[in-house]
Design a binder for this molecule. Structure first.
Ligand code: ADP
Length: 472
């Protein structure tokens, strides 16, 4: 009895480790052999022999009639045959017979052996059911994984900062963009939400949802590739910009051209004295300057696009440059009734391209004048150039004009961008000025920033180094 108990505990240990049905049946026949010396043992599942020791079949006709009865009783039974006994041991879980052990032995089993066999059958049934459940879970897992792998979106489960699961699409993205996972992690707050990511040419919409799976807090992350949507959006924006640009440029060309045409026609067809002719010719001259300016902007733009804009640097006094710029915008300021206040520190010698720096100042000043606020009594523009440190110069152009809406501030340096509002629609421009200004400032290793409040005014600040770092 002690030996049987020992065998049983050994059996329990053994079957707790089995990974498949074959190993379970081998362990089952081994222990049965030790307790009840059988001649042949067959294990039948759905009528087929799935295990046999030795390799031979017990004649089914001798026990077939008893099978339904044993299956109903759910306990081992022995049938006397010519040269011994045939034992039927159902392996079951609940009322379900999972398989049937059939064995042939020369000796009648004792009641103790029968108890033992009952116990072995029960333990084997539990193990068998567990194996089947595991197999089912494995299959179900494979099934759901295949479904997740078919998804067009990347699906990732993060647990404690590591990837616990990633479907095929997510794996493909991580393979192609090794830095993507770190980028996603750095954007995750742990709260449910979504954000967009840009990585090279890839645009992703990322959705994050905290979930509780198997008692653990995890993050479910969905990755949707929105690159093509973004490209279409960009193309649409470009298309809109192109249409606007053509409309603007036509307008910018037509206005001075119409003026030149009208004034020269008047000069040709009307009797005028010298003074009147000079007055008209001055207007023609001014309009031709506008055309020249437009052409220059377009040339600068094409240089900017092809990255061929070059600076011709020399040591210059920025105050002189500022005065030249002021001369250029003086007439516009008079027309718009804007007062200009200028301040410049002494000894402002800077290594820069004077023609380009003048262009920067003219652009900022004429914008400040153009976008002045007609509702205000004292319209002003203040330009100030000063040294903020031994090697840094700061130019500020401040106005009390119409200001720029907050949500448009980051766009005004984009090429062709113009704030589209009731206040701006009649003001001429191509939307190229600030893009060119920014390019020139950056070519000087400087930076430009803007502060503005709608209805109050704007301040543009340019900083450039006084020395040329490339030459030092
Ligand atoms: P443009 O002057 O040809 O329209 P810019 O590139 O110089 O183009 O400026 C872009 C846009 O920024 C302008 O159309 C205007 O809406 C806005 N802007 C620039 N400067 C000012 C300013 N000082 N005050 C208000 N709005 C401004």
């Amino acid at each position: 009895m002690v030996e049987v108990q020992h065998l049983l505990s050994k059996y329990i240990l053994e079957i707790s480790k089995v990974k498949d049905e074959g190993t379970l049946y081998a362990a089952l026949s081994e222990i049965t052999k030790k307790v009840l010396n059988y001649e042949v043992l067959n294990v039948l599942k759905d009528g087929a022999i799935v295990h046999s020791d030795p390799h031979m079949e017990i004649d089914r006709t001798v026990y077939a009639d008893f099978v339904p009865w044993v299956e109903e009783r759910l306990s081992p039974s022995f049938v006397p045959v010519e040269d011994g006994f045939v034992g039927l041991i159902p392996i079951f879980k609940g009322t379900k017979v999972l398989s049937m052990v059939v064995l042939k032995t020369p000796n009648e089993p004792t009641s103790e052996t029968m108890d033992y066999l009952q116990l072995v059958a029960y333990l084997s049934g539990v193990t068998l059911e567990n194996l089947r459940l595991l197999e089912f879970v494995d299959k179900a897992r494979g099934y759901f994984e295949s479904i997740l792998n078919l998804a067009n979106d990347g699906i990732v489960v993060l647990s404690g900062g590591t990837t616990e699961f990633a479907n095929t699409k997510a794996k493909m993205l991580f393979d192609e963009y090794p830095e993507l996972l770190v980028l996603i992690m750095s954007n995750i707050t742990g709260e449910e939400g979504s954000f967009e990511l840009e990585l090279g040419k890839l645009f992703l919409s990322v959705f994050v949802k905290p979930v509780r799976l198997l008692g653990e807090e995890k993050l479910l992350v969905g990755l949707r590739n929105i690159t093509s949507e973004k490209e279409v959006q960009k193309l649409r924006e470009l298309d809109k910009i192109k249409t606007n640009f053509i409309a603007n440029i036509s307008h910018e060309l037509r206005t001075p051209l119409a003026a030149i045409k009208a004034y020269t026609e008047t000069i040709i067809n009307t009797e005028m004295n010298h003074e009147e002719i000079m007055e008209f010719l001055n207007i023609v001259y001014e309009q031709s300057l506008k055309l020249e300016q437009l052409l220059n902007d377009l040339l600068d733009f094409s240089q900017m696009e092809s990255h061929t804009m070059k600076l011709i640097k020399e040591e210059v006094n920025l105050c002189v440059v500022m005065n030249q710029a002021l001369d250029t915008v003086r007439n516009l300021a008079l027309q718009k009734k804007v007062e200009i206040q200028a301040e410049c520190d002494n000894n402002l010698s800077v290594i820069c391209d004077p023609r380009r720096m003048e262009q920067v100042l003219v652009n900022l000043l004429s914008n400040a004048i153009k976008f002045s606020d007609d509702k205000k009594k004292n319209k002003y523009v203040k330009v100030r150039i000063s040294k903020v440190s031994p090697d840094m110069v700061e130019i500020t152009v401040e106005d009390n004009g119409i200001g720029i809406p907050n949500d448009k501030l980051d766009k005004i340096f984009d090429k062709f961008y113009r704030v589209d509002s009731e206040l701006t629609y009649s003001i001429p421009g191509t939307g190229l000025g600030l893009a060119i200004v920014k390019e020139i400032v950056e070519l000087h290793n400087g930076e430009i920033a803007v502060l503005s409040e709608e209805g109050i005014g704007s301040t543009f600040t340019v900083r450039i180094p006084t020395r040329d770092p490339e030459k030092e």
